[in-house]
Design a protein around this ligand. Structure first.
Ligand code: NAD
Length: 485
């Protein structure tokens, strides 16, 4: 199935190239129509996305909604096929969650209805502030959610009236390209605009850099780890950066431990702990530490002993980088793998259905500072809640991303919320409750942390424009009598 789709993409690219060779004038008259968003050259991709933006600008909000509805429909109706492709290509995470992510993003990403205008009405008339598109947005997406990130970004960015050029992660490029091709095909057929989402089918660091520097790209939105976050912020363009996290969890003596255990497993095991918001290390007060580990056993996680944890740490955490830049990182052999794969590496046989491994470590174990993105959670014993919050603060590394507490003590919750200062702060639920999945609020897979936009929405991708009417159009108050002649 996958080969067939790849062949289709290749044939679209080849057909267009051959048409350009045989009849360059005809091809240029057609612009980039018919490419279905698939490009190998950044200049061409940006030009095509610009044409698409111009066409979109002539259309109504109702048309934008229709376009977005195609993206939603494909994400939902084809979630099994596309989720399976993503799993087969990236080989990380869990199939059921790959499918669910596409479905959820299709259903719940905020769209056109999220746009609003503000009004100031007073003695000097009326000012209306409207939210206008930027134009072409350069978009970099991660391997952890290759097509889902594009789906969410495309809905939000197009709802705001923009088009986008995507440089996907090379290890998820095929499903990304196939998804984009399908979105564009449906949009083109129905609305007659092609390339609203343009993608670089053979992405490299050089193509990402070319997008960062391209004059036709107005702003950039990157979703990924520290290196791409740094590169985006140094690009000289306005950047919306959905950066890395290492979300800590605090459990105090007042917590409902059974609920905490269920929540921690739901969040940390989701897609084998690939979520940037996913629980990554747990600090539990000494008074309930042993009971908390028992609650984790009861909730279905599998506990590793000290020897097994040492052996997993040796296998699954590796050194990367050179000299002063050398640091611990998750091994590619274990990142996003099932708990059973991690367990096998330490000589333990457990069923494939087990979602999460856990165990007691101290804070010097690399699983505590490293964003491991695999289903093993270290639990660290703390003297009291003050120490637990202080350690949570330290190991979040100042990313300002996500933190979680299980507690019924409002003072402890408030203190932790203030001290952590994270974009998302969850109390008594799994991490995804902060994205409206089991909690209130709305969803996006690009949570802009270092640059501060938070959970991105269509409004994130707009620029403010003000329209001022001087002295008229405030219709409140008495009209003065017209002067008599
Ligand atoms: P990654 O940083 O390896 O790659 C992300 C993207 O950036 C890829 O497309 C990659 O090719 C590109 N890239 C990497 N270095 C670059 C550079 N120097 N210049 C230009 N492009 C570069 O991350 P990943 O492994 O794909 O994804 C996991 C990371 O993303 C985790 O750190 C996770 O926390 C983060 N993430 C954050 C959010 C969020 O909303 N804040 C969402 C998902 C993932």
């Amino acid at each position: 199935m996958f080969q067939a789709n790849e062949a289709l993409i290749r044939s679209v690219v080849e057909e267009v190239l051959s048409q350009m060779k045989s009849s360059p004038r005809a091809a240029s008259a057609r612009g980039h129509q018919g490419r279905l968003g698939v490009f190998t050259c950044v200049d061409e991709a940006v030009a095509a996305a610009r044409e698409a933006f111009e066409r979109l600008s002539e259309r109504s909000l109702e048309d934008r909604k229709r376009i977005i509805d195609h993206i939603r429909r494909i994400s939902i109706d084809q979630s099994v096929e596309l989720g399976t492709m993503e799993m087969e290509e990236t080989k990380i995470g869990r199939l059921a969650h790959k499918i669910e992510k596409l479905k959820t993003l299709g259903e719940r990403t905020p769209g056109v209805e999220f746009l609003r205008s503000e009004v100031y009405s007073g003695d000097h008339g009326l000012a209306v502030i409207e939210h206008a598109p930027f134009g072409v947005i350069g978009t970099i997406t991660p391997v952890t959610h290759s097509l889902p990130t594009i789906t969410g970004n495309a809905v939000s960015m197009i709802a705001a009236g923009n088009s986008l050029v995507v440089n996907p992660h090379p290890s998820g490029k095929r499903v990304a390209t196939e998804g984009v091709r399908r979105f564009n095909e449906a949009i083109f057929r129905d609305v007659g605009i092609d390339n609203l989402i343009s993608i670089i089918a053979e992405p490299t660091l050089e193509s990402a850099d070319a997008i960062f520097r391209h004059r036709g790209v107005r702003i950039i939105c990157v979703t990924g780890g520290p290196a791409v976050a740094r590169a985006a912020m140094n690009s000289g363009k306005r950047a919306i950066v959905a950066g890395p996290g290492n979300p800590p969890v605090v459990v105090d003596e007042t917590a409902d431990l059974a609920r905490a255990a269920r929540s921690i497993i739901t969040g940390a095991a989701y897609d084998n702990n690939l979520l940037c918001i996913g629980e990554k290390e747990v600090f539990v007060v000494d008074a309930v530490f042993d009971k908390m580990l028992t609650a984790m056993d009861k909730a279905g996680a599998v506990r590793l002993n000290r020897r097994e944890i040492e052996s997993l740490t040796r296998a699954a955490i590796v050194k990367v980088g050179e000299g002063e830049r050398q640091h611990d990182a998750p091994s590619k052999d274990f990142l996003g793998q099932n708990a059973a794969v991690l367990a096998r590496a330490v000589g333990k046989n457990i069923p494939q259905e087990v979602e999460l491994l856990f165990g007691e470590t101290d804070e010097s174990n690399p699983f505590v500072p490293v964003e491991q993105m695999m289903p093993f959670l270290p639990f660290v014993r703390c003297r009291d809640v003050e120490e637990a919050i202080a350690k949570a603060k330290h190991f979040e590394h100042g990313f300002g991303h996500t933190s979680i507490i299980h507690s019924t003590n409002v003072r402890n919750m408030t203190r932790m919320g203030r001290i952590m200062d994270t974009t998302l702060f969850v109390k008594n639920g799994p991490c995804m409750a902060a994205l409206g999945l089991g909690g209130e609020g709305y969803l996006s897979y690009s949570i802009a942390t270092p640059t501060g936009e938070g959970v991105t929405t269509p409004l994130t991708f707009t620029r403010e424009r003000r329209c001022s009417m001087i002295d008229e159009l405030r219709i409140i108050g008495k009209e003065r009598a017209a002067p008599c002649n």
